[in-house]
Design a protein around this ligand. Structure first.
Ligand code: ADP
Ligand code: ASP
Ligand code: MG
Length: 407
């Protein structure tokens, strides 16, 4: 008998018929003799709907209360799935995050899991039950409800798989696996049979939303084999695994994009030691994570300092920069929220020169201007005008991964 953790995303539990479909998949697994812990997301669109309600009351709604609000989405689906399973003759028990002590820190809206008390889940499994756990939510030391950030149910599932020493964690979603690019944007994208944890980490951190980045971090740290696959077919999906020798041969594994970027430029600041510390200190103190930074010095001793932040943090970061601009001696502040980041990722980039150059050439050939560049061992990212994202992704995909048929 294996222990399997299965996670079903929002589309997979989007209505009652789909919840019934999930129940029959889980029941089939149970009938085959495996023990199953199921993690579910809120029904498709529900988290956004709830956030919209809060936004109507205030664009700066209290973070603690927003977590109380959006955690309700998953409360609905665990109950509905447990009901559907019981109806299907498969005894099931639902649990909310706090009931199985998914303990997190107190960073509302982006809390991190610290520990999970597996005893109640273990007892229910020993009793022959399917255990259905609410994804995305936890509880802090003061018993406040917390949520794990968008896409956080993936992380709930992998963390549970790690704690329970599950044989594998299956992420059921609305596509057949991890593709070479977003299949909804890039018609030539192909499903990958296997991808390394490190490449998946890069893809997730650069905008590929099929897995939340923290879920991949957990999977890597605890060696949880991860299988991303479709809720609607029986097709084998993508295995996210330890790096294998043959993976190095592939120059680029994926092309990804992130529209969640905003750019801020401090103009003509006196170029002195300590400048960056004075600009980025207050931003870090406000818990805003800065992504890319470029500084271009001019001959007259001043410099333009440009950086990007997530859209959600833009207002706060902009206000902080404006507040400090005068004392920093800047000539002004310029912002641009119509930007996006496009990246190529691949283990093979470690050992092959010229990949970045080919990327820049490919974009130049279609007239796309590159505003910022950042590279690391296995990725190259560029910031471009948001309106060119689709074109950039398609030409880069065709240049590095071919325009052939899906496999
Ligand atoms: P779920 O609700 O099941 O968690 P998500 O919407 O979070 O599903 O993630 C699945 C979506 O991720 C797909 O519908 C697809 O559009 C998007 N996606 C983006 N990049 C990729 C990629 N490289 N491979 C697969 N899916 C991707
Ligand atoms: N419901 C949450 C969200 O929409 C968590 C998840 O789906 O993973 O982000
Ligand atoms: Mg998701």
């Amino acid at each position: 008998m294996s222990l399997i953790v299965q996670k079903y995303g929002g589309t997979s539990v989007g209505d009652v018929a789909r919840i019934r479909n999930v129940a029959s998949r889980v029941a089939a697994c149970r009938t085959a003799g495996d023990a199953v812990v199921v993690v579910v997301s809120a029904m498709a669109g529900e988290t956004n709907r709830l956030l919209g309600l809060a936004h109507e009351l205030s664009p700066d709604a209290d973070e603690r209360e927003k977590d109380v609000l959006i955690a309700t989405g998953e409360q609905v689906t665990v109950a509905l799935l447990a009901i559907a399973l019981n109806v299907a003759g498969c005894p099931a028990l639902s649990f909310l995050g706090h009931q199985v002590r998914i303990a997190t820190d107190s960073a509302f809206g982006k809390a991190r899991i610290k520990s999970i008390d597996a005893s109640r889940i273990g007892a229910a499994l020993a009793d022959g039950k399917v255990v259905v756990v609410a994804g995305f939510q936890g509880v802090d030391v003061k018993d406040n409800i917390t949520t794990l950030g968008r896409g956080g149910s993936d992380t709930s599932a992998v963390a549970l798989a790690a704690v329970l020493h599950a044989d594998r964690c299956e992420i059921y979603t609305d596509v057949e696996g991890v593709f070479t690019s977003d299949p909804r944007l890039c018609p030539n994208a192909r499903k990958l049979a296997r991808i390394s944890y490190d490449e998946m980490l890069e893809l997730a951190s650069l905008g590929t939303k099929v897995l939340q980045i923290r879920s991949v971090e957990f999977a890597k740290r605890y060696g949880v084999p991860l299988h991303v696959r479709s809720t609607f077919t029986e097709t084998e999906g993508t295995w996210v695994v330890e790096e294998e020798a043959s993976m190095e041969d592939i120059l680029v594994s994926g092309v990804t994009y992130d529209r969640d970027e905003a750019k801020i430029t401090l103009l003509r600041v006196p170029d002195q030691p300590g400048l960056a510390a004075r600009v980025f200190g207050p931003i870090a103190d406000a818990n805003v994570s800065v992504d890319m930074i470029i500084q271009n010095a001019s001959a007259d001793g001043t410099t333009d300092l440009t950086f990007t932040v997530p859209q959600a943090d833009f207002r706060r970061a902009h206000a902080l920069v404006e507040a400090h601009a005068r004392e920093l001696g800047a000539a002004g502040v310029r912002t641009d929220t119509d930007v996006a980041k496009v990246s190529i990722v691949g283990l093979g980039m470690r050992s092959h020169a010229g990949v970045a150059a080919k990327m820049f050439r490919t974009l130049a050939e279609v007239g796309i201007n590159i505003e910022m560049i950042s590279t690391s061992e296995i990725k190259t990212s560029v910031v471009i005008a948001a309106k060119y994202v689709e074109l950039a992704v398609r030409v880069l995909h065709d240049a590095f991964l071919g325009a052939g048929e899906s496999s």
